[in-house]
Structures are given as structure tokens and as C-alpha cells.
Design a protein. Structure first.
Length: 247
């Protein structure tokens, strides 16, 4: 049996029982166990790990643990860039695209509002979501850490927050989304692109009181919905502006 010392940092402690948080602890490992195997055996999804140091040197997730190794495991820090040391799950280039599980419908709508291509369906099964995320190079968003531990998951993100607005703020910080945002360019309902439509087209499809107060309308050719800059839009705009200012 191999014995190694583990220390998890920052938000990764969320996945550990209270007695192991914020401190180093020894753990017995199977022969030929990898860092990925042991990190997940201790409860932390590999998708949440940005850097692993073994005896002070960066290693990959397939590193074979040796007796006496001291293993430090770090998430992505907002104030400390560890990408030059070891980027274990580099995101595809360009604006991130997402697929959200059945519990993140509110977050999916907000991501679409911010202009991020986000697939969501209450009926997605785990295997289908994983296959879709890998095939289309999407980031799998979930609060199910067991799902992120599947070996086939390439790009995944555990969502720590509970409320949709807080979840959006979390992703803006962790994935640096502000630089890629294109607010109000996608339909919040079906994820299709929006286009500006004229007042004459909107006249037959929106209430007269809306026509009296608004001049600019956006339409979705897929689901047929019409959007305008009402109070709901203003609330959304304020949320996005606050996220940009925080960057």
C-alpha cells in the first residue's frame, strides 16, 4: 500500500468532509493509483482542478503516486494565474459554449441573455449531456459532482452558488466571461440568434401599450418571440453591467 499526504486549497475544500478541510492529511492509495483517481476518490471532481503539485513540482492527472509523495491540489484562482504551470483542462479557444443540466435552467437563461450559446433541456440524461458537451466542445455545467467525475468529461464546471444571478456572477469570475459577452444577441427561450425587427412587424405581435412606450424590438425566427426594452430588460441590463464593473 502507498501512503501520500494531500492538501486541497480554496474552494476545493467544499467537497471534503469537515475534518480534512484546510489542512494536510495522510491517505492510503492503491498501487499504481493516479492523481486523478485519488483526487476523485477523496470527493473532488477532476474538472475543478487547475493545478496539481507533487513534492513541489507540477504534474498531470495521470501521474502515478509514489509512497511518501506530498500532493497539493489547487482550483483556478481569480487572483493567481496558474495556467503557465499546468493547465489540466484548457477550454477551447473563443467564447465558451455551454450545456446545463436539468437543475440549472435559470442560469441557462441568464447565460443566453449575456450572449453565450447554452443548451438546456429538462430531459437531458447524463450520458447524452456528456456526449453532447464533448462532441461540440461545450463546458458541462452541473451541481452534480458525481457527473463531473466521469472519465469521459473533458470540460466541466461545478456550479457552487444556488441562485441563478449568483451562479452567473460565479461563472463570470471563474471563466472570465466579460470579454466574450454579447448581451441580448440570443433568445433566452430557445438559444437562437435575435434580430432587430421593424415597428410594422411588431405591431401585429405585441400589445398596443408596448408599442406606445417602445420603438426598438428584437425577434427570434425560431420560436417567434418578440423582446423589447421593458423593466425586465432593464433589470437584466443592470445585472450584466454590475458583472462588467466587477471585472
Amino acid at each position: 500500500m502507498t501512503t501520500a499526504t494531500f492538501r486541497f486549497y480554496a474552494r476545493l475544500n467544499t467537497f471534503l468532509p469537515a475534518e480534512r478541510r484546510g489542512q494536510a492529511f495522510s491517505w492510503s492509495c492503491a498501487q499504481a493509483a493516479t492523481t486523478k483517481h485519488m483526487i476523485e476518490a477523496l470527493g473532488v471532481p477532476h474538472t475543478e482542478v487547475a493545478l496539481v503539485l507533487v513534492n513541489g513540482s507540477p504534474v498531470g492527472l495521470e501521474w502515478l503516486i509514489k509512497d511518501g509523495d506530498r500532493i497539493a491540489v489547487y482550483p483556478k484562482f481569480e487572483q493567481l494565474d496558474v495556467s503557465t504551470l499546468a493547465d489540466l483542462q484548457p477550454l477551447p479557444p473563443g467564447p465558451p459554449r455551454f450545456v446545463a443540466d436539468a437543475h440549472l435552467g435559470g442560469l441557462a437563461r441568464l447565460l443566453r441573455m449575456a450572449g453565450f450559446d447554452t443548451l438546456f433541456d429538462n430531459h437531458y440524461e447524463d450520458a447524452a449531456m456528456t456526449e453532447l458537451a464533448n462532441r461540440e466542445c461545450r463546458v458541462l455545467l452541473t451541481r452534480d459532482r458525481a457527473l463531473l467525475m466521469h472519465r469521459v468529461v473533458t470540460h466541466g464546471c461545478y456550479v457552487y452558488s444556488l441562485k441563478p444571478a449568483d451562479q452567473l456572477r460565479e461563472l463570470y469570475e471563474r471563466l472570465e466571461l466579460a470579454a466574450h459577452a454579447r448581451p441580448f444577441s440570443l433568445c433566452m427561450t430557445c438559444n437562437a440568434p435575435l434580430r432587430q425587427i421593424g415597428e410594422q412587424v411588431a405591431r401585429a405581435r405585441v400589445p398596443p401599450r408596448v408599442l406606445e412606450r417602445h420603438e426598438r424590438f428584437m425577434g427570434c425566427d425560431r420560436c417567434g418571440r418578440i423582446f423589447w426594452e421593458g423593466s425586465h430588460w432593464q433589470d437584466m441590463r443592470a445585472l450584466l453591467d454590475s458583472l462588467t464593473l466587477e471585472e
